[in-house]
Structure formats: structure tokens, C-alpha cells
Write a protein that binds this ligand. Structure first.
Ligand SMILES: [Zn+2]
Length: 144
């Protein structure tokens, strides 16, 4: 004989067909908490105007976060999350590039390719050389 657990059923049904949490949701909830903390730290700046601004921004983040969690339009939320993940990757890549440039700064010079805008790495101390970008093939001269 199968018994129904009526105590926990409604809770599960409430989330049925709803989107739930994802990377963008976590980012929004963490941002909301951090901004709320800033509101507390800056509560005496500009007669509390800055603090009020932070509280409003934090509430916006949290409302967006829970609105997305409870949303039934799953495909739209997935697209938002994909766009967010692309931006997050771009930020991580940028920091990784800056770190690499810093670590290798003694042996290599880094230039931005005028053709495609990507960073090109060449050995240092070779004088004026012609650099050919390996991404787009654009050629330019630089002093290393
Ligand atoms: Zn290029």
C-alpha cells in the first residue's frame, strides 16, 4: 500500500516547473549581500544617500534573483544564464592574461594587435622587429 506524504508534497509542487538556481542566480544573491554590506559600511556618507542607493541596488539584485528562481519561462532564464557565463569567462580570461603578462614580463613583451585587438607575445630585447599576429595574420613593427 502506497501512502502519500501530504506534509512535503505541496512544497515540492510549488517548485515544479520553475527554473530554480543557477550561476547567474548565485552571482545576483552574492552581489545583493555584498552591496547590502556596503550600505551598512557607508551609512554615514552623504547623509545616508549612498547607503539608500546601495540598499535599493541590493534589493533589486535579490528581487531579480528570486524572480528568476521562481520563473516558469525556463528557456529565457537559460539564455540569460548563458550570456552571463560568457561574460564571466571573458572576465576570467582577462585576469588570466594580465597575470601571464605580469609573470612573463622579464622575458616577453606584450602588444595589442592593431588588426584584431588580441594580445601578441614576443621575446624581449630583439630591437625593432616585425610582428605577425598568429590570430589574424596582421603584420606590424614594434621595438621590443
Ligand atoms: Zn591580430
Amino acid at each position: 500500500m502506497k501512502r502519500f506524504d501530504s506534509g512535503s508534497k505541496p512544497r515540492f509542487r510549488f517548485m515544479e516547473g520553475r527554473y530554480g538556481a543557477d550561476a547567474l542566480g548565485r552571482f545576483l544573491s552574492v552581489s545583493g549581500c555584498v552591496i547590502m554590506l556596503l550600505a551598512v559600511i557607508f551609512r554615514s556618507v552623504w547623509n545616508g544617500i549612498l547607503s539608500n542607493l546601495f540598499v535599493s541596488l541590493a534589493l533589486l539584485c535579490l528581487i531579480l534573483c528570486y524572480g528568476r528562481v521562481l520563473s516558469r519561462n525556463i528557456s529565457a532564464r537559460q539564455k540569460e544564464n548563458d550570456r552571463y557565463l560568457q561574460k564571466e569567462h571573458a572576465v576570467y580570461d582577462w585576469f588570466a592574461l594580465k597575470r601571464d603578462c605580469f609573470v612573463q614580463r622579464r622575458d616577453y613583451a606584450f602588444f595589442r594587435c592593431p588588426g584584431c585587438g588580441r594580445t601578441v607575445r614576443v621575446p624581449k630585447g630583439k630591437g625593432r622587429i616585425r610582428i605577425t599576429c598568429r590570430h589574424c595574420g596582421f603584420s606590424f613593427e614594434k621595438k621590443t
